[in-house]
Design a protein around this ligand. Structure first.
Ligand code: ATP
Length: 452
């Protein structure tokens, strides 16, 4: 049976992946805290993205911009004017809903009443009042996406690391949106994380690179995250945002249907064109607001022709928390073992697993077993593959159950035979198969398993 959202919520709490934010004071909608295994899984997803998008290429650079930002960024990006959702309130029960996400826009999602307010724009950015003279007045915002801070650093990056077009800038970091109704556990949050890449191309090359990135990102979901192709689809947007020439979503099949996990957008020259100084010097295609405040030209100078122009942008925009949620839903397996027994296994790709291996002395506090186990742990930790846990509780069944549930690919058991002949038991998560191998082989076997 496929996992339900409740299965994942329960596992996350039980095993320490995700907790409700501010939980002991009753929580705060749309904010979650990541526990010991959640931070590891998030880190591994980020690393998998960064490896593909930055380390495996010559044409993409990294960036980590500030989360608190001058409000002019959001004036000229257009967010301050129109980054809002249509808010509808139910006059009967007081529920507040986002009109474009309602099951039936004429009826309250909560009580089915048709007595609703007219929709009104609801500002999604979180304002800040920074500095002693601000007196509570909003003079800055928490960024609602990473992309804009990438555009405003275009010239900095290019000056520091010259590139020919096409080239890209990648960023992973937090974004904040005052969502009307956070929902679906970590599907829609108010504080979340994005992994976004802006690829700068020559006007005219944009359609080719849009297709290239759409295919590359879909392949990443399949090959790197291990999501089966049939649980994914690409849906082009029918209604385009004002800045977009083309756009579409990579969607994952969540328990209640396909929904967006990553967006691919052809943003033309809207962003660099909006934030550049001296807009009239360039032939900007997109409809941009006049900018009197920018201090920098965000243009590209062609080394061959000397042409100075504003590149187009192809954007790939993935939510890291939503991706982790999809990865967990896909990996969660409730396995019938016969005789009324069952187990829950998180069949994650070993590279993504929060714990790479558990070393388990068969009996608790037997000095010889503990010495050998510690020795193996030290060698495995030296590989730098990620978290290696020593389990010294002496309850092997319980240890296997826990590591199945958090997705540890292998458990290594040290027993009395190890003292005699130097072999250990390697127990594989997915098949539960056990093999006896020399303790000296454990390191290279683990490298093989994690890189499989
Ligand atoms: P939506 O239409 O669902 O509000 P969006 O189209 O505005 O989302 P983008 O701005 O394209 O989303 O953001 C890129 C990615 O960031 C999304 O595909 C999603 O994975 C993630 N994301 C966006 N909003 C949230 C949120 N409130 N909580 C968690 N992840 C989010």
């Amino acid at each position: 049976m496929p996992a339900s959202i409740n299965d994942i919520v329960a596992l996350c709490k039980r095993r320490g992946f995700i907790f409700t934010g501010s939980e002991i004071y009753g929580g705060l909608g749309g904010a979650y805290d990541y526990g010991p295994y959640g931070v590891e899984l998030m880190k591994n997803i980020r690393a998998a993205w960064w490896n593909t998008m930055v380390y495996a290429r010559d044409d993409i650079e990294g960036l980590d911009a500030a989360l608190i930002t001058n409000r002019l960024l959001w004036k000229y990006s257009g967010h301050e004017g129109c980054f809002s959702d249509p808010l509808v309130e139910c006059k009967k029960c007081g529920a507040r809903m986002r009109q474009d996400k309602m099951a039936d826009p004429t009826r309250c999602d909560n009580c089915s009443s048709t007595d609703l307010t007219e929709p009104r724009p609801y500002m999604l950015m979180m304002g800040l009042s920074i500095g002693a003279t601000a007196n509570g007045e909003i003079n800055a915002y928490l960024r609602p996406e990473t992309a804009t801070t990438t555009y405003t650093n275009f010239k900095n990056v290019l000056d520091a690391k010259p590139h020919k077009l096409p080239f890209g800038i990648a960023q992973i970091g937090k974004a904040f949106r005052n969502e009307i109704s956070p929902r679906g556990f970590v599907f829609r949050m108010r504080e979340f994380e994005q992994a976004e890449m802006q690829y700068f191309v020559r006007p005219g090359d944009d359609e080719k690179y849009f297709d290239m990135w759409r295919d590359a990102r879909m392949n990443w979901w399949i090959n790197v995250l291990g999501i089966p192709a049939e649980k994914l689809r690409f849906t082009p947007h029918e209604k385009l945002a004002h800045y977009a020439k083309a756009a579409g979503d990579i969607e994952y099949e969540f328990p209640d249907g396909f929904d967006e996990v990553e967006g691919i957008h052809n943003r033309q020259d809207f962003d660099l064109g909006s934030h550049t100084k001296a807009q009239s010097e360039f032939n900007i295609t997109a409809n941009v607001m006049e900018n009197k405040d920018s201090t920098t030209k965000l243009a590209y100078s062609d080394p061959q022709t000397g042409d100075n122009f504003i590149p187009y942008v192809i954007e790939t925009a993935m939510g890291v928390n939503r991706t982790m949620f999809a990865v967990m839903l896909n990996a969660y397996t409730d396995e019938d073992l016969g005789d009324g027994k069952s187990r829950i296994v998180l069949k994650l790709k070993p590279k993504l697993a929060p714990v790479k291996a558990a070393v388990i002395p068969l009996a608790r506090n037997v000095p010889e077993l503990l010495t050998i186990s510690n020795d193996i742990v030290t060698k495995l930790r030296a590989l730098g593959l990620g978290r290696i846990e020593l389990e010294n509780s002496g309850n092997i069944g319980k240890n296997y159950r826990r590591h199945d549930e958090i997705g540890t690919p292998v458990c290594i058991t040290v027993d009395h035979q190890t003292i005699e002949d130097g072999t250990v038991t390697l127990r594989h998560r997915d098949t539960m198969a056990q093999e006896r191998i020399p303790a000296d082989d454990v390191t290279h076997r683990l490298i093989e398993i994690i890189n499989a």
